[in-house]
Design a protein around this ligand. Structure first.
Ligand code: FES
Length: 197
């Protein structure tokens, strides 16, 4: 695998071909905020919190660091007024789902996000997919998935599988940026399904 040299926040960073900007930044000790990233899972690119700027001048554009691959001589900026503004709005939208989640509150403090800016949402879920992907990719159980689309999209445990697999697992709970509230809630429903011996 060939080495790629790029620049992140003015620092020369060495990465390997095929790595993402986020991986290269992490390897160089540069922090980029994330909500849907997990080192054991395939990149998902859903929360957009890891948005960064690549390129310079008029050619600068916003990309999602957890899915965007490193390129030779790529110039990356992980923070700017524009990026901070975007992260602030993203956090405000998520806080409408889970205003009390400490991980969101910490980020809100950092980016000056107002948890009351948007009307409260009925669901805790911010669609990061961590529970769904972890169950599928790491546990290989497929006990939890997404149902519906757009604003109606939700996570849902498959009762037939959850009633068999989830009792002594629940490894997805601590992954949830909204502090497992949604997963716990819907799992309780799924566990009412008759348990198979
Ligand atoms: Fe990159 Fe969520 S961490 S989109």
């Amino acid at each position: 695998m060939s080495e790629i040299i790029l620049q992140i926040d003015g620092k020369e960073v060495r990465a390997e071909e095929g790595m993402t900007i986020l991986e290269a930044a992490l390897g160089a000790g540069i922090t980029i905020p994330t909500l849907c990233h997990h080192e054991k899972l395939e990149p998902f690119g859903s929360c957009r919190l890891c948005s960064v700027e690549v390129g310079t001048g008029d050619r600068a554009k916003l990309v999602v660091a957890c899915v965007y691959p490193v390129e030779e001589k790529l110039v990356v900026r992980t923070g700017s007024e524009k990026i901070d503004r975007i992260r602030k709005v993203i956090l405000e939208l998520y806080l409408a789902h889970a205003p009390d989640a400490s991980s969101l509150q910490e980020l809100a403090l950092e980016y000056g996000a107002d948890k009351d800016r948007f009307e409260k949402e009925a669901s805790f879920c911010i669609h990061c997919g961590l529970c769904v992907r972890y169950c599928n990719e790491v546990k290989k159980k497929n006990a939890v998935g997404f149902v519906d689309r757009g604003t109606r999209k939700e996570i849902c445990f498959v009762p037939e599988i959850a009633s068999r697999e989830c009792w002594d697992c629940k490894e997805c709970f601590p992954l949830c940026p909204t502090e497992a509230l949604q997963a716990a809630y819907v799992l309780i429903e799924a566990l009412k399904f008759p348990r198979t011996p």
